[in-house]
Ligand binder design. Sequence first.
Ligand SMILES: [Zn+2]
Length: 388
Amino acid sequence: MTERLYYHDAAVCSFDGAIVAHGVDVQHAILDRSAFYPTSGGQPHDTGTLNGVPVIDVIDEDDRVVHVLDAPLPLGPVHGEVDPVRRRDHMQQHTAQHLLSAIAASRFGWETISVHFGAGHSSIEFDAAAGDAELHDLEVTANGAVSAARPVTVSFEESAGALARGLRKAPTRSGAIRIVTIEGLDRSACGGTHVSSTSAIGAIMVHGVERVRGHSRVGFLAGDRVLRHLHEREELLARTAEASSCAIDELPEIAAKRQTELRVQRERIETLEREVATARLHALVAATAPDSDGLRRVVYRSERDSPTLLRTMAQDVTTLDRVVFVATLSSPPTVFFATSPGTGIDAGALLKAALGTVGGRGGGSPKAAQGTVTRPELLSGVVDRLVG
Ligand SMILES: [Zn+2]
């Protein structure tokens, strides 16, 4: 059995004890007493060292705490050091969760279904569809409780009758249970690590909410994470503003202006491409002599044009007389094929057949069709089949 030092004092990060047994191997150390918190109740385990050897995982195994080590340690005395930064962070997140759950229950009647403490982000699932105004209220009230510096204490009480003594939720186990009390606000059965005054939470920020089937998963940040988050966002905004050559405050206006400019440019490009397509097609047709059957077979190979431009050229062919038109684009390897009335050629059927010989795909109407091949080298073989 391991005496859990964090049960009585979550501030203890340095301790002495002994390895009294090994688990599945000598890298799994079981101690007589330990300050290491094992993964449980949604809270991740502590990290740190035992006699200088890194503790990489901590497992809750009934009445024993198993320390998974980076290297083996023999039975005997050990000195333990829990990473104080990670511990403090978990204490802040966990106590903030108690506060949020308690305030949500008392103000809105929301019950906490589950909690999750992530490396960057924590969340509480409530049994209700949380509205924006309620979440704002929750955040403001929680921060009021933080600045009120309410004491957070731990007691051990009999499970029977605990609900009648003001416990927020019915205990899941019988016998002696550990109860965490936030003075005047909350009493919850919990085995986790918490700060000793709500003021040590620093700040609480509701951050993102997902609503699923009448439930809400409300994300939050607490303590040092709030400041870190603000600095990261500030940095992100500063970089975005720099890239946009404006001040941070001007970003919304600049972004909206750029969107409008982009739309106008796009429309202008479309108009120009239509004009270029018509002019280029007419020039190509004029420069191509008719074959003996009276058809002008125009082949246009392009490296850089937009697919839209080539498609427009192909569509314009249908307004001409006795013209067969093939255009290719090397990247992505694409073929555009069109025939004008009077040629008697079904563009869709012929292109489909030509593509089939090289494993390409595509098709279209009897007047205009389009297809792709897997490699640009295959394009000339398709062209030969269409106009050869
Ligand atoms: Zn707790």
